[in-house]
Design a protein around this ligand. Sequence first.
Ligand SMILES: [Zn+2]
Length: 200
Amino acid sequence: MVDEARLRGARITTHSNTSVGIERVVLAGVDSVEHCPGEPNEKLANLMAERGTFHTPTMHTRDRWARRLQNKERTLPQPIVDCILKERDGNMTFLQQGKKAGMKLVCGSDSGIAPEYGTSARELEIFVECGYTPREALATATTTAAESFGVPGQIGVLAPGALADFVIMKKDPAKNIYVLREKGNIIQVYRSGLTLDPLG
Ligand SMILES: [Zn+2]
């Protein structure tokens, strides 16, 4: 399947949730993997770094569930709660292993499933909580994301000839990632060079 897609010049991504599944698709040569293995796996992080496979962990989904359960906003049978918390923690360790290995990390939402649109800033906060610098976290939603889509230099950068999609803020998220979620921090949003109402 990967070979056929390559013949047609397509990029390939898979949604995989286990170490075994992710290793298989990485070895098959996919460009990117969505979701996490649910457990620490240094060997897999090293393999993905070596192969240059992009990783879009969609951590926000599990993190949101884990937080709701920890705050008792939702209840589930204890074995399921234990499993969700263990997977969330395992995924965070996997991202730390990925950072050490040099794995290429991308911000993604698994949109259509969860969480809601417009909440990707939380994904970047989680990356910082895993040990990435705010600047590295921002790259996952800009330059590295563009690279993973096969359009480096066209999106995710401010450069001549690139699509002018950008946000002007009062406070610098490269210093404090949490200011991304402060609506009062946004001065202006541009899409393809045109202004958008930041509160619209
Ligand atoms: Zn998915």
